[in-house]
Design a protein around this ligand. Structure first.
Ligand SMILES: Cc1cc2nc3c(=O)[nH]c(=O)nc-3n(C[C@H](O)[C@H](O)[C@H](O)COP(=O)(O)OP(=O)(O)OC[C@H]3O[C@@H](n4cnc5c(N)ncnc54)[C@H](O)[C@@H]3O)c2cc1C
Length: 474
């Protein structure tokens, strides 16, 4: 081994970044490779997806975060495979990057249970790009309904479907219900956004199933208080543009969001070693790869049983602790000290449900409602990367809380997409030329909200999103 061993870290998420931080300015050479130039604070992605925060408030350039670590180089690139025998990580263009130690922390994505084609209709939330796309679909659904009601005099029923009652599904459903009832209600002049229906489908008999039953029940009640229609024991079996099938029933919807299923990064399988059903690599107690003590797998990619018989959960504290533990074990090797087995320290869990609503479990105690929400808020701000972000997020939240305003309500997309939207509308209005010349109803300006026409236009509206999403992808 060279005088300064070379450590390659794949992934600058919670696991990789914490490993890098623990190796900063130590007698090693570190190369961190990530396919994005930024670290994302994923627990707040749903706030970008629902227009409370801007992407820049929850993401920071990895290079910036590690700027003061003289021994760490950050490389923008995608790792596609490994040559373990020759100790190389392979980049997408085939370039090898040699290592003495390799730490793989490439995370996970959502799994569509063998129906990858559903992703077009029902995006999941994992990256900044996902959050911006979801924000676009949600905001466009309201814009489109307003324009349609303005042109035809008929307000269609807006339906949003969230699939999966875990933390992300609950957060998304609660936040969309909040926007519809509050932030958007005063800005839309024709439609009554408060009539928007948000449905949450969960296959098991409770939402937030990893929490104590009492808290799950409370979470369901809190969701219902803000108008979310929670359907338990409900499996979504098919998804098409404009509708989802639950058991034998087809339900029209304008936006479908996917918040269930986990698939570890395919880099686990690329190692050619044992993985569990979700593609996580089964690791030794020190998080190394069996038979390759200089290769470590950490974070959402690692499968490790705790002494309690429970697996280490795929959450950010576990990934951060694994990152630090791995760095310490590498440094132990260099000092000829024995490695330590990884032990996960569970500091508690929490999930937010909407404005002032949350549940939390910590130190054997259970919290619900406003107190849990305050705990959630301060913890999340505390852990945000970068001081500027903390201040900016604190200010945005405080402002959103006081005014019920959503400051990041931008719809992104280029002019072509908007032109296509107009073409779609023109076609619709030609088809309904009789209705076209009706005086547009106006909400609030003395008139009552126009009558709801049922879910008739749902399929078309969703087709529009489907089509533009495809175009966006190309
Ligand atoms: C929407 C959402 C909300 C969440 N909320 C919470 C929460 O409230 N509390 C909580 O504790 N946990 C939460 N989690 C889970 C938590 O974010 C993860 O457990 C944690 O991010 C795992 O860290 P990681 O380092 O394993 O992976 P990640 O943080 O996902 O990082 C993986 C990194 O690897 C990079 N990468 C991937 N593939 C490659 C490749 N081939 N080449 C180069 N780079 C690559 C990615 O760009 C990324 O930067 C949430 C997750 C999501 C998606």
């Amino acid at each position: 081994m060279k005088a300064k061993p070379k450590i390659v870290i794949v992934g600058g998420g919670f696991g990789g970044l914490w490993a890098a931080k623990a190796l900063a300015n130590k007698p090693v050479e570190v190369t961190l490779i990530d396919r994005k130039n930024h670290h994302v604070f994923q627990p707040l992605l749903y706030q970008v997806a629902t227009a409370v925060l801007s992407p820049g408030e929850i993401a920071q350039p990895i290079r910036r975060i590690l700027a003061k670590a003289k021994n760490i180089e950050v490389i923008l690139g995608e790792v596609t495979g490994f040559d373990k025998e020759n100790s190389n990580a392979i980049l997408a263009d085939g370039s090898p990057v040699d290592y003495d130690y390799l730490v793989i922390a490439a995370g996970a994505r959502h799994a569509y249970f063998g129906h990858d084609e559903w992703e077009q209709c029902a995006p999941g939330l994992k990256t900044i790009e996902d959050a911006v796309e979801i924000r676009r679909r949600v905001l466009l659904a309201f814009e489109q309904a307003e324009r349609e009601a303005y042109l035809t005099g008929v307000q269609k029923q807006l339906n949003f479907v969230v699939v999966g009652g875990g933390p992300t599904g609950v957060e998304l459903a609660g936040a969309i219900a909040d926007i519809a009832r509050q932030a958007l209600a005063k800005d839309f002049k024709v439609i009554d956004t408060r009539k928007t229906k948000v449905m949450l489908f969960e296959g098991s008999d409770r939402v937030l199933g990893t929490f104590a039953e009492e808290l799950s029940i409370s979470a369901k009640k809190q969701l219902e208080q803000i108008g979310v229609d929670v359907r338990l024991n409900s499996f979504v079996t098919e998804i098409e543009p404009g509708r989802v099938k639950v058991a034998d029933e087809w339900i029209d919807c304008d936006v479908v969001l996917w918040a269930t299923g986990v698939a570890a990064s395919p880099l686990g399988k690329a190692l050619g070693v044992e993985t569990d059903k979700a593609g996580r690599v089964v690791v030794a107690k020190d998080l190394s790869l069996n038979g390759f003590p200089n290769v470590f797998i950490i974070g959402d990619m690692a499968s490790l049983m705790q002494e309690s018989g429970e697996p280490v959960p795929g959450v950010s504290p576990a990934a951060m602790q694994m990152g630090t533990a791995t760095a310490n074990n590498i440094l132990n090797d260099l000092k000829d000290k024995p490695r330590e087995n990884f032990t996960y320290w569970d500091k508690g869990t929490m999930a937010t449900i909407g404005r002032s609503k949350a549940i939390a479990e910590a130190a054997g105690m259970k919290f619900k409602g406003f107190v849990a929400w305050l705990m959630w808020l301060f913890l999340h701000v505390f852990f945000l990367i970068g001081f500027r972000n903390r201040l900016a997020v604190m200010f945005s939240w405080f402002w959103a809380y006081l005014t019920r305003e959503r400051s990041a309500r931008l719809i992104t997309g280029d002019a072509d997409e908007m032109r296509d939207a107009m073409k779609f509308l023109e076609a619709r209005s030609k088809n309904s030329s009789k209705k076209k010349n009706q005086t547009p109803p106006r909400r609030g300006g003395g008139g009552r909200p126009p009558p709801l026409s049922g879910g008739g236009g749902g399929g078309n509206l969703n087709f529009f999103f489907f089509a533009t999403y495809r175009q966006y992808d190309q």
